[in-house]
Write a protein that binds this ligand. Structure first.
Ligand SMILES: Nc1nc2c(ncn2[C@@H]2O[C@H](COP(=O)(O)OP(=O)(O)O)[C@@H](O)[C@H]2O)c(=O)[nH]1
Ligand SMILES: [Mg+2]
Length: 470
């Protein structure tokens, strides 16, 4: 057997179309890997390494599916006398048949294993277990390499018990893992399982778990930082408009331009988030339903992203809860002096939206012939919470997205359905406080840090909130 590398290597194998490439894609955080409903998309063996800086954490080998396991097994059975000789017989089979097109896939997938890779066997448990799989399992067991089986539950899985029973005979560990939907914690759990099947890889894989956790925290930090910049920019964004036509006409073309600018900034923000989390091919769907011309007090689509009016009103109205909050804040170790600030934030909530337009619109130069109108900044705390809610939702979607997914990312307001309303009051007040501050002026360094701390907490909450919709 060739000398093994000093990082763990696993070959991901199985029948065609079981989700092998998807498992590889998710675990190496690479959205470039060919994942496709068309069987036979992975024609060759590809090695993918998860790198962190210069360090290789592990390598996964994506393989084509088994094609002629039965024939291969028959040949090997006829050429081996004892169990001890089986790995050598498999190697001989590969050496003799690798040039034959009919065995090309089978040889290709065995090669890395014979060189020392561990085995991750992937099966979509919607199909019944049958003897067709038995040959594959037997061959894999004959390699003598450490191995683990993954049940990929794509939808219903009526045959799961059969599969468990069959796989349990060939694999020391059988785990359930949905490469498209498994949350990050389950990726780590899977790596811990992989660490169990081969003692020499235990330490490097447990190290990978730590490193990936740190990487994720770092990504969250950077995303929160970006989020502050983004909100700072869009909440304070203003457009200068030349005087062409009537006030109503200027306003109307201004609002259209403003929305385009907003959409553009949101797209940029979303792309930055995506690339922070290692998504390089992400399509976003979902127009930002920006303010309309004449957007005053009636309901508009953007409202669904923010705090609801009853919620905003209750934040200013519930005096009893407020004193509770102030106490909470004083003892909660938050650096915000909420008690002192509450009045300001809530006063804003009360007065900040009633009858107010989403954007300020005013004449900023009255010099005849050089008149100028200005649209923006955001003038209404309700609209500000909608922008923030939408940005938070974008962040959430990217956080929970696995790299195996190839569908576009859909942002629809009903996804959120006033998620912000469900936050603890204290966080709502804090969010309002910072948004209001942003509406007035850019944040200072220390304030940024505080706002970021809040955003990080909100980010955690989004994931823990049991929102499994993706
Ligand atoms: N719904 C669903 N589809 C999946 C899941 N895993 C893989 N797929 C899809 O099944 C198809 C085949 O997946 P792929 O990873 O290319 O399988 P491979 O041929 O074994 O490499 C792709 O369209 C995947 O998006 C899953 O857990 N749920
Ligand atoms: Mg594949």
């Amino acid at each position: 057997m060739a000398e093994s590398p000093d990082f763990p290597v696993f070959a991901v194998v199985g029948h065609p179309n079981q989700g092998k490439s998807s498992v590889v894609s998710t675990l190496v955080q690479d959205d470039h890997i060919a994942v496709s409903p068309v069987s036979g998309t992975t024609r060759e063996v590809h090695q993918y390494r998860l790198m962190l800086g210069d360090e290789i954490l592990y390598e996964l080998v994506d393989t084509p599916g088994f094609q002629r396991a039965r024939q291969m097994l028959d040949w090997c059975a006829g050429h081996s006398e004892t169990a001890a000789g089986r790995p050598a017989v498999l190697a001989e089979f590969v050496a003799r048949h690798r040039q034959e097109p009919r065995f090309a896939d089978d040889c290709a997938l065995l090669e890395p294993i014979l060189r020392g890779a561990g085995i991750v066997y992937v099966v979509d448990c919607r199909q019944p277990f049958s003897t067709a799989f038995e040959a594959e399992l037997t061959l894999l067991s004959w390699t003598g390499q450490p191995r683990l089986a993954l049940l990929n539950p794509m939808g219903d899985h009526p045959h799961e018990a059969d599969w468990q029973s069959a796989l349990g005979q060939y694999f020391s560990l059988v785990r359930t893992f949905n490469p498209l939907l498994a949350p990050f914690e389950q990726h780590l759990a899977l790596l811990r399982s992989m660490a169990e099947i081969h003692p020499p890889w235990r330490q490097p894989l447990m190290h990978s778990v730590d490193a990936l956790q740190r990487q994720r925290q770092g990504r969250h930090q950077q995303a929160a930082d970006r989020l502050v910049d983004y909100l700072q920019e869009v909440l304070r964004f203003r457009l200068q408009l030349p005087v062409v036509g009537s006030r109503a006409q200027i306003r109307s073309t201004g609002v259209a331009r403003y929305n385009r600018e907003l959409q553009h900034r949101e797209n940029q923000f979303q792309q930055q988030l995506a690339s922070l989390y290692g998504h390089h091919r992400l399509d976003w769907e979902g127009e930002w339903p920006g303010p309309r011309e004449g957007d005053l007090t009636d309901s508009h689509e953007w409202r669904a992203w923010g705090l609801s009016r009853p919620r905003l009103a209750s934040l200013s109205g519930a005096a009893g809860a407020m004193s509770g909050l102030a106490v909470d804040a004083a003892t909660g170790g938050t650096s915000l002096l909420l008690g002192a600030l509450l009045g300001g934030a809530l006063g804003g909530a009360a007065g900040g939206f009633a009858g107010r337009d989403a954007l300020s619109f005013k004449l900023i130069s009255k010099v005849p012939g050089y008149e100028q109108w200005q649209l923006g900044p955001v003038a209404n705390i309700e609209f500000a919470t909608a922008l923030a809610g939408r940005a938070l939702r974008s962040w959430y979607q990217v956080r929970v997205r696995n790299h195996a997914r190839r569908d576009s990312l859909l942002l629809a307001p009903q996804d959120l359905s006033h998620w912000l309303d469900g936050l603890p009051r204290k966080q709502q007040v804090q969010l309002l406080f910072w948004l209001r501050k942003l509406l007035k002026r850019p944040l200072q360094e220390e304030e940024r840090q505080q706002f970021q701390t809040l955003l990080l907490a909100l980010g955690e909450q989004m994931e823990d909130g049991g929102e499994s919709k993706t």
